[in-house]
Design a protein around this ligand. Structure first.
Ligand SMILES: Cc1cc2nc3c(=O)[nH]c(=O)nc-3n(C[C@H](O)[C@H](O)[C@H](O)COP(=O)(O)OP(=O)(O)OC[C@H]3O[C@@H](n4cnc5c(N)ncnc54)[C@H](O)[C@@H]3O)c2cc1C
Length: 389
């Protein structure tokens, strides 16, 4: 196979497709808006000072040392499927096979004023959030109310880290009163997870003094409060972690999208519209069912897509994809965690260590792994970074 495979999007899906193709000695062109990969599962640690922004972003060239790898920094704006060209900013890039891996973006639903809430999708968001959380404590009025909208994995992991961030900050300002609240639309937190996991999280919330309001739909957000069907809550910092939507607006007009803006693919993760275009990760849906929006599944899909691209180009049989989630692990702040791996529920410090180990191994590149391990080890002795940056 000599023609290039062009991958749009350098997140988990795109990077792992590139890695697998390079392992098979295939040339790859990666197009991404930034020159770095963001390790999203650790964003909440950057927002709360357990890690610094540079610990979770990795320049593509730091782990792709292959002459077959080419990187284009830019935003894909259109695909010409007839001519097999991708328009990247002002440039046209020819492809033999195209991979769409542009991930997902925050879903603001129809919540009034939602744009004034903080979100957590990239490292800039994490830095802005950390700044707001810390600077609130410096305010005159000595009260801080933080509302996290969304009691799924991101909201849960974030709120525990915020609780510990404030514990550290309040050592210097014990007179400040902090209210932490999770506003969740579902009946229970992390509703896709096993009951034992849910109840462990619930108990940990109570122990950390985090309020939970379930079956509450955020309707409006302002600089000072969050309005819901269950009442209005004062809020100095509101964080929207309630859901995402596929990042496919740029492809409208070039590719058919389903009603929720996913790229429809078949079981080979090939778009139903064009056999030379594959899609995976947070953007794709098989038979109308979105693929799980998880890093772990994006990585598994990537291996399959790389295999299928090679087989398709060689006119050989491709493999089908079966969604499978190996397990879930949550960190509940420093030293505590919970999760389920296969049938086994793990809790407490063991779960937390397991969580850190899993994410350390998923960090791309040896030097990058060592960097994260070093910062975490330093953090064991030094505590959080409490600068507003
Ligand atoms: C805060 C947070 C915590 C998470 N925690 C976990 C977790 O603990 N475990 C887990 O399994 N999953 C977790 N996830 C989900 C996981 O990050 C996603 O499912 C995964 O990143 C999906 O991979 P992707 O490649 O499809 O998208 P992304 O990783 O989002 O990558 C998309 C890439 O495409 C680029 N891009 C977008 N549009 C364009 C364009 N037009 N042109 C060029 N480039 C473009 C983006 O800049 C980005 O680099 C978390 C997500 C977030 C936001």
């Amino acid at each position: 196979m000599n023609e290039p495979v062009v991958i749009i999007g350098g997140g988990f899906a795109g990077v792992y497709v590139a890695r697998e193709l390079l392992r098979r000695r295939e040339p790859v062109t990666l197009v991404s808006e930034t020159n770095y990969f963001t390790f999203t599962p650790l964003l909440h640690e950057v927002a709360t000072g357990s890690l610094l922004s540079h610990d979770i972003v990795f320049e593509y060239e730091s782990f792709f040392h292959d002459p077959r790898f080419r990187f284009i920094r830019g935003q894909a704006i259109q695909v010409d499927r007839e001519k097999r060209l991708v328009h990247v900013d002002g440039q046209e890039e020819p492809y033999a096979t195209l991979v769409i891996a542009t991930g997902a973006t925050t879903n603001f639903y129809s919540i009034k004023g939602a744009e004034s809430a903080f979100v957590l999708k990239n490292v800039e968001d994490a830095i802005a959030l950390k700044h707001a959380l810390i600077s609130e404590v410096q305010e005159e009025d000595r009260t801080v109310a933080v509302n996290v909208i969304g009691g799924g994995p991101t909201g849960i992991e974030l709120v525990f880290e915020i609780a510990q961030l404030y514990q550290a900050l309040l050592l210097k300002q014990p007179e400040t009163r902090v209210t932490l609240r999770v506003i969740h639309a579902g009946k229970g937190l992390c509703s896709n997870d096993e009951r034992r996991v849910q109840s462990y999280i619930g108990n940990a919330m109570t122990a950390s003094g985090i309020e939970v309001v379930c079956e509450a739909h955020a309707e409006r957000i302002s600089q000072t409060e969050v309005g819901t069907n269950k009442g209005t809550f004062p809020s100095d910092v509101t964080i929207l972690c309630a859901g995402v939507r596929p990042n496919t607006d740029w492809a409208r007009g070039s590719l058919a999208l389903d009603e929720h803006s996913h790229v429809p693919v078949n079981h080979f993760l090939q778009t139903v519209q064009d056999e030379h275009v594959f899609a995976l990760g947070d953007v794709a849906a098989v038979d109308g069912v979105p693929l799980p929006k998880l890093a772990q599944t994006a990585v598994r899909e990537a291996r399959l897509v790389a295999h299928n691209i090679v087989e398709h180009q060689r006119h050989r049989a491709m493999k089908g994809y079966t969604p499978h989630v190996m397990g879930t692990l949550f960190s509940l702040g420093f030293g505590d965690g919970v999760g389920k791996i296969g049938p086994v529920v793990v809790k407490g410090r063991v779960a937390w260590f397991l969580w850190r180990t899993v994410y350390l191994f998923k960090t791309p590149g040896l030097w990058n792994k060592l960097r994260v391990a070093f910062t975490w080890t330093l953090g064991l002795f030094q505590g959080r970074n409490l600068t507003e940056l």
